[in-house]
Design a protein around this ligand. Structure first.
Ligand code: CA2
Length: 145
């Protein structure tokens, strides 16, 4: 089972600011955790991070026929990007959305997610553990197909 894990803008900067919201872990630590969880779950995960909307759209488009599912934290593009939503719809892969913080209790502009209009599950507010929960949900969903 091959999963593309996509992290959006500024997640490469995790750990340097706002530890009360995002924790103290760095992006490198998050990647190592995802790698360990993927091994435990016997899933093959590839990690992709970009600060550019078009690069994320391209990565989703290129996932077609290569991956069985997508785990995505679109970061700020969550709340703005119809292009990412359309790319996900176009490739039609099972997609789990994850947010480190609980976007439902933060500023008003973070409460709406375009990606959640396509994702079969949205996990928010569980910190880095949300990525493990997202992988588990994807495994179950892809198994049932
Ligand atoms: O909670 C999440 O995972 C978010 O997707 C994170 C985004 C934010 O725009 C979304 O509303 C919720 C922000 C990602 C990175 O933000 C940083 C902030 C300070 C220091 C390092 C990264």
């Amino acid at each position: 089972m091959k999963i593309l894990v996509i992290n959006g803008p500024n997640l490469n900067l995790l750990g340097i600011r706002e530890p009360d919201i995002y924790g103290r872990g760095t992006y490198a630590e998050l990647c190592a955790l995802i790698g360990g969880w993927a091994d435990e779950l016997e899933m093959n995960c590839e990690l992709f991070q970009s600060n550019h909307e078009g690069a994320i759209v391209d990565a989703i488009g290129q996932a077609y026929g290569v991956y069985d599912g997508i785990l995505i934290n679109p970061a700020a593009y969550t709340h703005t990007s119809i292009a990412i939503l359309d790319a996900l719809k176009a490739v039609g892969l099972p997609t789990a959305e994850v947010h480190i913080s609980d976007i439902s209790v933060r500023e008003e502009f973070r409460r709406f997610s375009y990606v959640s209009l396509y994702a079969f599950v949205t996990i928010a507010g569980k910190g880095f553990d949300g990525y493990r929960l997202g992988l588990e949900a994807l495994k179950e969903r892809i198994r049932q197909k």
